[in-house]
Design a binder for this molecule. Sequence first.
Ligand code: AMP
Ligand code: ZN
Length: 131
Amino acid sequence: MVLKKVKFLAKEAALRLKYMTNKDCIFCKIVSGEVRSNIVYEAKRVIAFPDINPIAATHILIVPKKHIESAVGFQKADTEDVMALFGAAKKLVDKNSLDAYRLAFNGGKFQHVPHLHMHLVAGKKIEWSKL
Ligand code: AMP
Ligand code: ZN
């Protein structure tokens, strides 16, 4: 049991290193473990962690392990990584029993971290302007 867990963690660590393609990117650093975060969901191609500056009671960032820059700039080869964001969103929606939520991508000057991420926000009231 312990050996299985160690093997799983070693595999995850290897994958994280493999996907760390931009050494100055804060989200790559979270993926690689260089910057600590409270990871609430992890799968082969994605991780999710709470936004450091939440705009609602629930505000989770879903991030591909691969450094893809934006929601409109990804390549065909990134399709599975992008799809995985939606798979993770479903898991998190179910896990948190969210009955009202918003999934969003920022772009251009609205995007502050140039590593693709989906915002999952939920709560009593979400001000659209804050996203
Ligand atoms: P965007 O404006 O769509 O690029 O959103 C970037 C988001 O990343 C913002 O909501 C930030 O609060 C969030 N953020 C930046 N650095 C961190 C971090 N180290 N951990 C968690 N969230 C972060
Ligand atoms: Zn990155």
